[in-house]
Design a protein around this ligand. Structure first.
Ligand SMILES: Nc1ncnc2c1ncn2[C@@H]1O[C@H](COP(=O)(O)OP(=O)(O)OP(=O)(O)O)[C@@H](O)[C@H]1O
Ligand SMILES: [Mg+2]
Length: 383
């Protein structure tokens, strides 16, 4: 079967087509990982660089402009086009598509609306079943995409093998920081979550303080390469159980920068970067990154000790692209359990992961959504 997947939850307009034969999980036959036929991502990062963050209304309008061309490119990339009547341009071959999948929550309301309205219209028009997919589920399922072409980072990832259950997933993205236990496909138990900011948001805000470009995660990671991670001592929040907190760390960096450049705490944060040298920025970036990685992995270690039957650790979401997080996770856990990361190109928002999540929903016997009743929810829990 072939699934057309659509993603528009934040500032990336994406479409992908995946192919495979979902085997019902009750069957004893092994489930082969699906194949990716095409993946197209149009990012709005260049628009939002000058603003230093996403403007929801602008994001929604950009999705509206991009979504149909992006879907068409996904058909072209997958070789699923056919000659159309009089026109010389090939048209999308809808006969080849068996289902449509779309991100329906969580995300920016206007952005989600563009993707879901497009998907439900196409579902009705072409009479294809529609699967409404939770965005965090998609981030986790990016680890089931069969290939990785990222040679830059050494990981224990074996592209021919999928993560094994039960597993612990550390979801680290722009809007979420959670530890989720999965005993099998489509069975999610949130065992830890942030009480305030997400780690990705913290990366983005600290980058702003340091005057590093949006998005903050990659900028901090790049600056940190030239910095001393032990230069500034930052606090580790003492949050109970498996929960996280990142707002205190954000403030701690702000105060440390103010102290470093000798200004009062009332000094405007947007002016601080002018007072910092390149080396100071690098040292702050490295110290923050080391602390953020430690907070995340200390909790993951705690979760692992609480769930000793864990067979895989699956790191997911945009922050999973972070090299320090990847290398430190491998160093800490790969002698205890398998450690998985998505290919770098599938760490951030994309539609390939939505297609794979839908594939495993179908394999689990989950029924499609009525396109006339598809609701979007800006925020909702994964389970
Ligand atoms: N190399 C990196 N190191 C650290 N953070 C990174 C890196 N690359 C991207 N990020 C961060 O990942 C986040 C974006 O991830 P993602 O696209 O998954 O978030 P989102 O879709 O906005 O939020 P959510 O998935 O929670 O709805 C941003 O905060 C960005 O700064
Ligand atoms: Mg995301």
């Amino acid at each position: 079967m072939k699934i057309l997947a659509i993603e528009s939850s934040c500032d990336e307009t994406a479409a992908a087509i995946i192919a495979g034969e979902p085997v019902n999980s009750t069957s004893s036959a092994p489930q082969a990982m699906p194949e990716l036929l095409s993946s197209v991502v149009v990012s709005q990062i260049d628009i939002f660089k000058s603003y230093g963050g996403v403007i929801p209304e602008v994001a929604a309008r950009s999705h509206l402009e991009a979504i149909l061309p992006v879907i068409h490119q996904a058909f072209v990339g997958a070789g699923l086009t056919k000659k159309s009547g009089n026109s010389s341009a090939p048209e999308d071959d809808w006969d080849q598509i068996d289902a449509i999948a779309v991100t329906h929550t969580p995300g920016l309301l206007g952005s989600l609306l563009i993707g879901t309205l497009t998907a439900r219209t196409l579902s009705i028009l072409h009479d294809k079943p529609l699967y409404a997919i939770h965005h965090l589920k998609s981030h986790i399922y990016a680890n089931w995409l069969p290939s990785t072409d990222d040679k830059t980072i050494e990981t224990s990832y074996d592209s021919t093998k999928a993560p094994e259950f039960p597993l612990l997933s550390l979801v680290v993205s722009g809007g979420h920081t959670q530890i989720i236990r999965m005993s099998e496909h489509n069975n999610f138990e949130i065992i830890g979550t942030t009480l305030d900011d997400a780690v990705g948001e913290c990366y983005d805000k600290i980058a702003k303080i340091l005057g590093l470009p949006y998005p903050g995660g990659p900028s901090i990671a790049a600056a940190a390469k030239n910095g001393n991670p032990d230069k500034y001592k930052l606090p580790i929040p003492q949050i109970k159980d498996l929960d996280f907190s990142f707002s205190g760390l954000k403030t701690a960096v702000l105060r440390a920068v103010q102290k470093e450049v000798n200004v009062p705490i009332s000094y405007p944060s947007y002016k601080l970067a002018e007072l910092l040298s390149t080396q100071q920025k690098a040292d702050f970036a490295a110290s923050f990154q080391k602390t953020a990685t430690k907070i995340l992995l200390d909790k993951l270690a705690k979760a692992l000790s609480q769930y000793p039957d864990t067979r895989s650790i699956v790191i997911a979401g945009g922050v999973s692209a972070n090299e320090d997080l990847r290398n430190t996770a491998l160093a800490r856990f790969s002698n205890k359990t398998k450690v998985f990361f998505p290919a770098l190109k599938f760490a951030g928002d994309n539609a390939a992961m939505v297609g794979v999540a839908a594939f495993y929903e179908i394999a689990s016997g989950i029924k499609p959504t009525d396109p006339y009743k598809l609701n979007i929810m800006p925020r909702s829990e994964i389970c």
